[in-house]
Design a protein around this ligand. Structure first.
Ligand code: BES
Ligand code: MN
Ligand code: ZN
Length: 526
């Protein structure tokens, strides 16, 4: 290709921008800005008591949640509203620190006094410190790798003040906060990178380059290798592209132990459509289409989450499968009516080339089930359906699972990270909409229940193993800066999967799997 890309272009700029965090029982030293948390009701904090509520109200500041007001001076003081309830959860603390960090955008060294907060209520200092760091680092995140004159002031130091009794717990919180913020920022970097700059081939190079630093092993499958494996879904989606596909297998083995000896084994599959034009079923040229460089966020979340595993002390072995290609129309593209053979032999009639995610994911799921040491659970993550966005909007991702333990563990991770998910029913009664006259399956069903139909399609490939599915289409991007979500890719799922894997326990309980072949499934009676 004769397109000029700066050879010095760094696809993961945030890794070089580390924030240092200091924790002390003493006030921050020379901060550029200090946070002052102000509730909407009751007494004002001592440091601003002389100003009085009336004067604050006259300046438009009521103490409403995450509202901010700058009090110029050295240091700059930033009032942050904490609402009527005050800061009563780690999610609220993450938000409040993010609001502060955004308001103090010119300052490289900022301080937050958590002493009083941690003395009230039953806070776990580790959790609080972690949330504060995530809030600050992620709020300061900005994708400016391609700006000639980036204006972002890097967050050099975050100074947290806490009581001495919390010092030890806070130490772990600092570690975890920095690891998870880095993880989310890495996934944002990868997703924000334009599709020409980060093709599937380039993505594989980046993963290979970074993996050793995080104790991960990588195996990259090029087109030739994929043909050997028979991954007809990934190859079929890639057929219209001049860019080669890549499947990237990433392995984390706790303390280098052999997979056979690991306590548990988790497989993570990520949708890596580097750019989704829709293929022959071309998308209209609108804002949604223009966001389709984010269609690889599932793969970005899987890889980024895995960079946290060693540092978090994860005892479960994790295997990641990144299914990467772009989806393009051309003379060689897959046509409507074409039939693809997925790894393992199931055939799929392509009735819409824009339902490509499930095709590449199917190959990944099958490969995961085929591993000699079978996974104890499989979790996949994909920007899979516009229907997820229609149903839940941009703040909550859809989750489906064939096992309650997997669902509960995903929910717990989502609660911890404030990356919200909502469980949808895996309703097998819609399954026969996926029947095809010529193949084992069709890649689309009817007009309704798009989230469930996509999940039911994937369910055909998990071989009855405990499985969870995250449809992050709605949550993949923020249209404007919003607390710790910065404009562009949200990095949704990276922290969630890291927390999930780090806390993973082998699921007990039943798997809700269809018992018959789809061609034997009863006709839908609705
Ligand atoms: N990548 C899209 C889904 C998407 C839509 C992500 C909006 C983020 C925002 C996916 O490949 C797609 O095109 N899905 C189709 C499926 C349909 C053809 C069954 C969709 O949702 O329209
Ligand atoms: Mn599509
Ligand atoms: Zn897509």
């Amino acid at each position: 290709m004769t397109v000029v890309i700066d050879p010095a272009f760094d696809p993961v700029p945030s890794l070089a921008r580390a924030t240092s965090v200091s924790v002390s029982s003493q006030p921050p030293v020379d901060p550029g800005a200090l946070a002052v948390f102000v509730p909407a009701e009751g007494e004002l904090p001592e440091s601003i008591a002389e100003i009085g509520r009336d004067a604050l109200a006259a300046a438009g500041f009521t103490g409403a949640e995450n509202q901010t007001l700058l009090l110029p001076g050295t240091p700059l003081r930033v009032l942050v509203g904490t609402g009527k309830a005050g800061i009563d959860s780690d999610a609220r603390l993450r938000d409040a620190v993010a609001a502060f960090t955004r308001a103090a955008r010119e300052e490289a060294r900022i301080g937050v006094d958590l002493t009083e907060l941690l003395a009230s209520g039953d806070w776990d200092a580790e959790v609080a410190v972690q949330a504060a760091i995530e809030g600050a680092v992620l709020a300061r995140y900005r994708y400016d790798a391609l700006k000639s004159d980036p204006k972002t002031v890097a967050l050099e130091e975050l100074m947290l003040q806490i009581g001495e009794q919390h010092a030890e717990a806070a130490e772990y919180g600092v570690e975890r906060g920095l690891i998870l913020a880095r993880t989310a920022a890495l996934s944002r970097d990868l997703a924000n990178t334009p599709p020409r700059h980060l093709s599937a081939v380039k993505f594989a190079e980046v993963v290979e380059l970074l993996a050793p630093e995080f104790g991960l092993e990588v195996e990259v499958f090029d087109r030739e290798a994929l043909m050997q494996l028979g991954t007809g879904g990934l190859l079929g989606v890639n057929a219209g592209s001049v860019e080669e596909p890549r499947m990237i297998k990433v392995s984390y083995r706790p303390e280098g132990a052999a997979l056979a000896d690991a306590e548990g084994h988790l497989a993570l599959i990520g949708k890596g459509i580097m750019y989704d034009s829709g293929g022959i079923s071309l998308k209209p040229s609108n804002a949604m289409h223009a966001a389709m460089k984010f269609d690889m966020m599932g793969a970005a979340a899987v890889f980024a989450s895995m960079t946290a595993l060693r540092d978090l002390g994860t005892t479960t072995a994790v295997t990641g499968w990144l299914m990467c290609t772009d989806n393009m129309p051309s003379g060689s593209a897959t046509k409507l009516g074409d039939v693809l053979t997925i790894r393992g032999g199931k055939t799929v009639e392509v009735k819409n080339t824009d339902a490509e995610g499930r095709l590449v994911m199917a190959d990944g799921l099958v490969l995961a089930t085929e591993e000699e040491r079978r996974p104890d659970a499989i979790v996949d993550i994909a920007t899979l359906t516009g229907a997820a966005m229609m149903a839940l909007g941009t703040r909550t991702a859809a989750m489906l699972a064939n096992n309650d333990s997997v669902a509960e563990q995903l929910q717990a991770a989502a609660d911890a990270t404030d990356e919200n998910i909502w469980r949808f029913p895996l309703d097998h009664r819609y399954r026969d909409q996926l029947k095809s006259n010529v193949a084992d399956l069709s890649n689309i069903g009817g007009q309704y229940a798009g989230v469930i139909l996509a999940a039911l399609f994937l369910n055909e490939f998990v071989d009855g193993l405990p499985w969870g599915h995250l449809d992050i289409a709605g949550t993949m991007q923020a249209e404007s800066d919003d607390l710790w979500r910065s404009v562009g890719s949200t990095g949704f799922g990276a922290r969630l999967l890291a927390e999930f894997a780090a806390g993973f326990v082998k699921p007990a309980g039943e798997v809700d799997a269809p018992e018959t072949d789809i061609d034997e499934a009863d006709a839908d009676d609705e």
